[in-house]
Design a protein around this ligand. Structure first.
Ligand code: SAH
Length: 378
């Protein structure tokens, strides 16, 4: 806010001084040319109220118009900036299960194609090694390669070896399902989503890439049609954020998992609630819930407790990959800055893109500040 206010006041002063200069320059030139001396300065004591009245009169009188213009401009710009910040900070895509807000938003993101253009086939954060965490160049790390690196790391973390039947819970447009299907050609991979547009896009990309062992279905993760003990590897990457019932989400994954199988979950989490959230943390969380249609988040430890409560998942291991993934937030913005044309030529998408960029920045700050954590559970 402060930066924007300073910018607007600075801008106003610049305009005022330019205008003042334009008005005074001819008179100054005349004085220089004709050698006229300025009138002597007469000092008089004036009552304070009279001075204020005089100053006010001077302000609105013709010779002070630059000052008045500057004040008006500064207040207008400040008011606009404050209004804009307020609008941007008001969540616009609040979670609504009855209206399937999650499916609707992913449908829109898929048909617009902007997310796919910048993020590729993966709707999750990337993995950055230590020398790759500083923008704007991120040690030369490719934005999309970072996402593939994330999958490889998540696979290592899961300790799954040669799975035969894989379930990708919340598969997006299927980037990971296809990656796993290619990596394990003997395996059969099923990706599920609640966005019809995503299911179609995922299916057509699998056909285009010639990957017959990956298929995509429209299935609600909280009510899966699959029989108990169907899969030996259950993968869930950044879908838990959207689940209105985290316990059911984990229980369903545990139910369809074969004994001896592996589950791996990567998801945005909030920190444990002790100490209590500060008002500013609460405000940030409420915004993050409501801007990208999340009902709420939970902590990494809460996920671990839920996993243990299933009675089926044993030896639960967790980690926080905030440091490894934080660069992805601002890197997303930088890829747009380097290559703005796909958005620039479609004015219809400008406002949504501004909102998304704003949310990316709030996410960055929430993870850096510690109110958010990157949960890895297996
Ligand atoms: N895992 C994917 C996509 C993450 S985006 C990737 O890494 O690219 C979140 C995904 O979760 C979307 O595909 C969304 O449709 C899906 N999702 C959210 N809620 C869901 C639900 N209740 N059932 C099934 N999928 C869901």
């Amino acid at each position: 806010y402060l930066c924007l206010m300073r910018l607007s006041v600075g801008l106003a002063l610049l305009v005022a001084s330019t205008e003042a200069y334009t008005r005074c320059a001819p008179a100054l030139l005349r004085v220089q040319r004709h050698g006229a001396s300025p009138p002597p300065l007469v000092l008089r004591s004036t009552p304070p109220l009279a001075s204020v009245a005089a100053a006010a009169t001077a302000l609105v009188s013709a010779p002070s118009r630059p000052v008045l213009n500057a004040v008006l401009l500064a207040s207008t710009v400040s008011a606009l900036v404050l209004w804009l910040v307020r609008v941007l900070n008001t969540p616009s895509r609040v979670y609504d299960r009855a209206a399937n807000s999650v499916g609707r938003e992913y449908d829109a993101w898929t048909s617009e194609g902007i997310l796919e253009y910048y993020w590729g086939e993966h709707i999750h954060l990337g993995y950055y090694e230590e020398g790759q965490r500083k923008g704007p160049f991120y040690g030369g790390k490719d934005f999309i390669q970072a996402k593939y690196d994330f999958i490889d790391r998540m696979l290592d973390f899961s300790k799954a070896a040669e799975p035969a039947n894989v379930l990708d819970v919340g598969c997006g447009i299927g980037g990971t399902s296809r990656y796993l299907a290619k990596k394990f050609p003997q395996a059969s991979v099923t990706g599920i989503t609640i966005s019809p547009e995503q299911q179609q896009r995922a299916t057509s990309l699998a056909a285009e890439r010639g990957i017959p062992n990956a298929k995509f279905e429209l299935v609600d993760a909280l009510n899966m049609k699959f029989a108990d003990n169907t899969f030996d590897f259950v993968w869930a990457c950044e879908s838990g954020e959207h689940m209105p019932d985290k316990e059911k989400y984990v229980q369903e994954m545990a139910r369809v998992l074969k004994p001896g199988g592996r589950v791996v979950i990567a998801t945005w989490c909030q920190r444990e609630e002790t100490p209590e959230f500060t008002p500013s943390e609460r405000k940030t969380l409420d915004y993050l819930y409501g801007e990208w249609t999340h009902p709420y988040f939970i902590s990494i430890d809460e996920y671990a407790r839920i996993m243990q409560r299933t009675g089926v998942l044993e030896q639960v291991a967790t980690d926080d990959w905030a440091a490894q993934t934080i660069p992805a937030w601002r890197h997303s913005v930088w890829v747009g800055v380097w290559d703005p044309w796909p958005v620039a030529r479609r004015p219809r998408l400008w406002w949504k893109t501004i909102r998304d960029a704003w949310c990316l920045e709030v996410m960055h700050r929430a993870f850096t500040g510690g109110v958010m954590q990157y949960g890895m559970m297996t």
